[in-house]
Design a binder for this molecule. Sequence first.
Ligand code: NDP
Ligand SMILES: O=C1O[C@H](COP(=O)(O)O)[C@@H](O)[C@H](O)[C@H]1O
Length: 484
Amino acid sequence: MVSRIIPVEAFDLVVFGGTGDLARRKILPALFRRYCAGQMPEGAQIIGAARSEMDDAQFRVFVTEAIAEFNGDFPYKDEDMQGFLSILFYITVDALGDRGWTELAAKMQADRVRAFYFSVGPSLFGPLAERLHTYGMADMNTRIVVEKPFGRDLETAKELNRSLADHFDEHQVYRIDHYLGKETVQNLMAIRFGNMLFEPLWNSQYVDHIQITVAETVGVQGRGEYYDRAGAMRDMVQNHLMQLLCLIAMEPPSRFEPDAVRDEKLKVIRALDPVDPGDIVRGQYRAEGERQSYLEDVENPQSTTESFIALKLHLSNWRWAGTPFYLRTGKRMRARSSEIAVVFKETPHSIFDEEAGRHRNILTIRLQPNEGIDLDVTIKEPGPGGMRLVDVPLDMTFTEALGPDAEQVPDAYERLIMDVVRGNQTLFMRGDEVEAAWAWTDPIIAGWEERGDKPLPYDTGSSGPVDALALMHRDGRRWREVRS
Ligand SMILES: NC(=O)C1=CN([C@@H]2O[C@H](COP(=O)(O)OP(=O)(O)OC[C@H]3O[C@@H](n4cnc5c(N)ncnc54)[C@H](OP(=O)(O)O)[C@@H]3O)[C@@H](O)[C@H]2O)C=CC1
Ligand SMILES: O=C1O[C@H](COP(=O)(O)O)[C@@H](O)[C@H](O)[C@H]1O
């Protein structure tokens, strides 16, 4: 099977914060991979912009080093590297002053798609939007890309939305949630809405419960100051896990189009019930051997921020009333493993002897690593020992089923940046979605702040605090093992 590279229009892409960590780690290496894939049209310009003093040549060295550090063993030809470097430029710009703006405006080409990636702290979103307008770069062909965190609560998210709306229409604003750009996350929609098999069973009549796990082995990775102000709830649940929940729980949109998809996701968030404090477990990782504790990592011995959270959620709508959703995410866990498991109910009646046991089908969507789908199916255990039942997985690992092409799928940032250039907002969050997610999150955080709740310690390399296991055990259910 041969991957299709869909060409994009010629564009000017300005990366504000072009010297920052996210640009180095993700954005610039992703753009290089798209260049190598042949997707950058003739005449494209990528312009780094930040306060640091640099010229084009120095920026090109900076990008070459970033690619070497963060593109792993990605194979490329020297001519591709030279070609890519030739479309890179740098302008010293102050988001809070006037420096560099006239020069930036002069660098913009006529009749090009214009995209401005705000890879800077959210306090600069408003000032950047305002200056784009003042210096004549905010016309209707302009697109702006903003990073998470999109606020730290409903009020700040509304404020950010307002500051962007002063100068840009909603159709020009691309709010990144990089989970939506992951290939397997998009596959969730293909599985649900491209097959007849699952949808009739996709409701509380047949589904016992759904588990969503995003387990990480990494700690706060040098972002301690930000993370300690955020915690797992703001850093992961309000955005990434919420998006996964939306895709798994939403009604079929009429078309795979931005507003049709985003309307359905919004309905899911609005249908979420408030969460009982007893249905939440927060944790903080302890030191282990050479590895520091969370408190040491964030250099805050008094911190009560959670590096792990597990929650049981309910949706008040016809499809899901009575089916709990269990979500968990944490850092420094046993394995890097993200998956969604749809656990179906047992058959209403067993025709077999008691010793055959009771079994249930589980559809597991493995998001990362080892992307694929498993469907646990119950069959007869082979042999003469009577009718004993056993569960076997129908395993579809994408790299095995689809061949080498499945290994070369673009990473989330590649896909999303190209979608910005194409003008396709389907995989970006709309302002009202973000606000609805904060409206649900805020009272939960306020509750534990008012009560002074403290996170429970958990061992580095574990599955989180034991109380998280109890959250399911008391319902007669259990988490799937965290393993890669
Ligand atoms: N790093 C990551 O893995 C992730 C980051 N994010 C988000 O992305 C955004 C950027 O993060 P990150 O790259 O880590 O942050 P960094 O602090 O590493 O980079 C910030 C960038 O902003 C520039 N900058 C700061 N002030 C100004 C100014 N007044 N005018 C112009 N440029 C300015 C800095 O350059 P200079 O000092 O040269 O001006 C630098 O390039 C943040 O909102 C972050 O939360 C989201 C997900 C992951
Ligand atoms: O947005 C974030 O995501 C990463 C996890 O992303 P993944 O693609 O590696 O699964 C997380 O580590 C980080 O804390 C968070 O800000």
